[in-house]
Design a protein around this ligand. Structure first.
Ligand SMILES: [Zn+2]
Length: 127
């Protein structure tokens, strides 16, 4: 049985997207408008609807390896497991991993960047 939400940190988040929506659909964490992403895993400069800056909060550089490396390891393990379970022909594997790998890496980067962006926005009391 759930004990209910803690009163600490309870904000009025009506109209604001959650982290999943922000990461996957590119919804602005402030106003919910589309346009958080400029590229596959690049934050836009600012929100076109509310003008909230994103690029300033974008994590860059080596910290992102912390996201990409575990994903890479997991993908390699998944590839080995899959190969153990079913021996798919190479012509299946190449397009399969050619789609799965970029999607997994971009997805992980989007989640990590959205998480950090929202944490930084909250720290500055924007959200
Ligand atoms: Zn916005």
């Amino acid at each position: 049985m759930p004990t209910g939400e803690s009163p600490k940190g309870n904000r009025n988040t009506k109209g604001q997207p959650g982290i999943t929506q922000a990461a996957l659909f590119g919804l602005c964490p402030c106003c919910g408008a589309r346009g958080l992403w400029d590229g596959p895993a690049n934050l836009a400069d600012r929100c076109s609807a509310c003008g909230q800056e994103f690029a300033r909060f974008e994590p860059k550089g080596r910290g992102l390896y912390l996201v990409v490396l575990p994903v890479t390891v997991l993908l390699i393990l998944a590839a080995l497991k899959l190969d153990e379970a079913v021996q798919l022909p190479v012509w299946v594997l190449v397009p399969l991993w050619g789609v799965v790998v970029p999607l997994a890496v971009i997805g992980a980067l989007r989640f990590a960047k959205t998480l950090l962006l929202m944490a930084r926005l909250q720290k500055e009391n924007v959200l």
